[in-house]
Design a protein around this ligand. Structure first.
Ligand code: DX5
Ligand code: ZN
Length: 248
């Protein structure tokens, strides 16, 4: 099958949490390129999910990439555990109130991809101090905490300029330079995000809703994102038709 430019990372937040390994396998078999793991501490966001111990056990399903998205107030305190759990990429929030650089350095030193996520109201300029330490920028198009929220199309406009944030630190390995969109990515919004040049679409509730054909959904999201990318404006503006691509 022809490769896609955009890839899907399936968020298991809204899957059957009583059988996570089965749900991860299901998503991967259906064509998800990665698993997106939403870690919430009930403090940084008003919800609690799972932590590194669960992720470590889920690693038994195979070698497919695990993207951890940490919505926790103290990522530095727990970073060794997430590295030990076998996360391939670890993204935490630029809004945390603790030093960010040492934690990014620790992730990179461990050979994992290091990322920062930004909430809808946070400007991209908040990432400037860390631009030469970033492999991933995760643009949140919903308020972090819950799946199934409405996609914020205006906020998604950060996707295109986010690509300009990356910069390599002399003497260090080049960054991977991935821009992820997280929140409300689905068949209605994928083409719009593709037009903005998104690399990874995090798909959550759309995959797990009753009656969804998960394979079909993933295929559609990737194809539509690719279509959006092919038709993008030179300046990165999405085509008119899809600026209205917000979820109804
Ligand atoms: C929300 C999480 C998302 C969520 C996405 O805080 O970070 O990863 O699972 O779910 P949907 O796709 O339903 O917006
Ligand atoms: Zn997430």
């Amino acid at each position: 099958m022809a490769g896609h430019r955009a890839i899907v990372s399936a968020s298991i937040l809204d899957s059957d949490l009583s059988n996570l390994s089965r749900e991860c396998r299901k998503a991967l078999k259906a064509g998800s390129d990665r698993i997106h793991l939403d870690v919430m501490d009930g403090h940084f966001v008003p919800n609690i999910t799972f932590g590194p111990a669960i992720i470590k056990r889920l690693r038994k399903i195979g070698k497919q990439p695990f993207d951890a998205h940490l919505m926790i107030s103290e990522p530095g305190r727990y970073m060794d555990q997430f590295i030990d759990a076998g996360c391939d990429s670890i993204t935490f929030h630029v809004e945390v109130e603790e030093p960010i650089e040492p934690t990014l350095l620790k992730i990179r030193k461990a050979g994992r991809l290091a990322g920062l996520a930004i909430k809808p109201a946070t400007p991209l300029s908040a990432l400037d101090p860390y631009r030469d330490l970033l492999d991933i920028i995760m643009v949140m198009t919903v308020e972090p905490g819950f799946g199934g929220q409405k996609f914020m199309a205006d906020v998604a406009r950060k996707i295109d300029p986010a690509h300009q944030v990356f910069r390599d630190r002399p003497g260090e390995r080049p960054s991977r330079r991935e821009v992820h969109v997280d929140g409300g990515a689905n068949r209605d919004t994928a083409e719009y995000c593709g037009g903005l040049g998104v690399d990874v679409l995090v798909a959550g509730s759309t995959l797990w809703k009753k009656g969804a054909d998960i394979e079909q959904e993933i295929k559609l999201i990737k194809s539509l994102a690719d279509k959006g990318y092919r038709h993008r404006r030179p300046a990165g503006e999405p085509s008119k038709k899809h600026t209205a691509g917000e979820a109804e």
